[in-house]
Write a protein of this length. Structure first.
Length: 381
């Protein structure tokens, strides 16, 4: 009798788990995302993939639009237009790359080219746009930041302002000149934060009321330790803090944005495990929408570093490393629901999805799919 009861109990649990799994799959849907690539080794430009929100399975939906080295992408706030930089250095015999605008087909997610303009410098590697239609482009080799405007039909105007950086850093192979790597609009502010890997500074500007000119802020820069090589930023969603991921020193600087407009570095924490002494370089950084967890990619150690974030002071603690299951994880993104993290492994030429635990912040491998030199992940809106 006891054996029969035990058998029925096990059977009930088994079918119960199947029912829960069935419900999860039934409620799943496809989240589409664009993939920016280096157009070499078979790549033709920007591609469309999807993530199944029940299983984490990835699917390839083909070419969204042809483009040359579309290494970074962004969407306008309404999702109607996509902007892509072309990381090149010679457009129309000028020492410059360009930035292009596309209309997004809301049904099949394909892209329709609108226009493209000179980026104002060589090898543009980052683009951002705000709700007013102001556009920022970081030109890496050019060592400058450019400002543009996109109209309500998605057309880009020529640059309204270009600010050239000057200076260098102690790492001669990488810091012989300024290398602007990213440019961000501070949330709910007119300030703009520009990471310069070559000079170990995050320059801070203020845009005018028309969003067409850049002037130095009252406190014009965040100074990082010599040889840091600041690359990307993440603003805390609740606290007045910004997290700077430093490519060359493999760490994250937690910077307080004080009420008087000044900056104070609270701490700098390594993205690598203790004792690791091989070559590695940080790439991307993102924070969860609730502000509880911070993620950064390591190229060389090939992992996503996972940090917990103190809810009061915003300081961070390394709680884990998740292998990216591939080589050179450049860019990654949290899915719209933040239940998954998707990473682009540039050199192994694949994209990997991980399920994210909202309680612990930890990641669990879900799926992998091939891709041509993927370097940017951007979920559609």
């Amino acid at each position: 009798m006891k054996t029969k009861i035990l058998f029925l109990l096990v059977l009930s649990l088994f079918f119960g788990s199947l029912r829960v799994h069935s419900i999860a799959l039934k409620g799943s849907k496809s989240e589409y995302f664009f993939v920016g690539t280096y157009s070499e080794g078979g790549s033709e430009g920007i591609y469309i993939y999807s993530l199944d929100t029940g299983s984490g399975k990835l699917s390839n939906h083909g070419l969204a639009s042809k483009a040359e080295n579309p290494s970074f992408l962004t969407l306008t706030s309404d999702g109607r237009f996509l902007l892509a930089v072309s990381e090149t250095k010679d457009v129309q015999n000028q020492n410059t790359g360009y930035v292009a605008s596309f209309s997004v087909n809301q049904i099949d997610h394909h892209l329709i080219p609108i226009n493209k303009v000179s980026s104002g410098g060589a090898h543009p590697c980052f683009v951002a746009v705000n709700q007013l239609g102001s556009v920022l482009v970081a030109n890496y080799t050019g060592g400058n930041v450019s400002m543009f405007h996109i109209d309500n039909l998605g057309k880009l105007g020529t640059s309204s302002d270009i600010v050239q950086h000057v200076g260098n850093g102690p790492v001669k192979a990488r810091q012989a000149a300024p290398h602007v790597h990213s440019a961000y609009f501070e949330p709910n502010s007119q300030r703009i934060f520009v990471s310069d890997l070559g000079t170990d500074k995050v320059a801070v500007y203020v845009s005018d009321s028309n969003g067409s000119k850049l002037t130095k802020s009252v406190v014009p820069e965040i100074k990082l330790a010599p040889g840091s090589g600041p690359r990307h930023l993440a603003f805390h969603p609740k606290l007045k803090l910004v997290y700077v991921v430093n490519e060359l020193s493999n760490n994250i600087s937690v910077v307080e944005l004080s009420r008087d407009g000044s900056f104070k570095t609270l701490e700098t924490v390594s993205t690598l495990p203790k004792g690791y002494d091989q070559i590695s370089n940080c790439a991307d950084i993102h924070i969860s929408g609730d502000g509880r967890f911070l993620y950064a990619s390591n190229r060389g150690y090939n992992s996503i570093a996972i940090f917990s974030v103190d809810s009061v002071n915003g300081k961070i603690t390394l709680i884990g490393q998740e292998s990216t299951q591939g080589e050179t994880p450049r860019n990654f993104s949290l899915s719209p629901t933040e239940d998954f993290l998707v990473v682009a492994n540039q050199n192994s030429q694949d994209i990997v999805s991980f399920q994210r635990d909202r309680i612990t912040g930890k990641l669990q491998y879900a799926d992998k799919i091939k891709a041509f030199k993927p370097v940017c992940i951007l979920f559609d809106k």
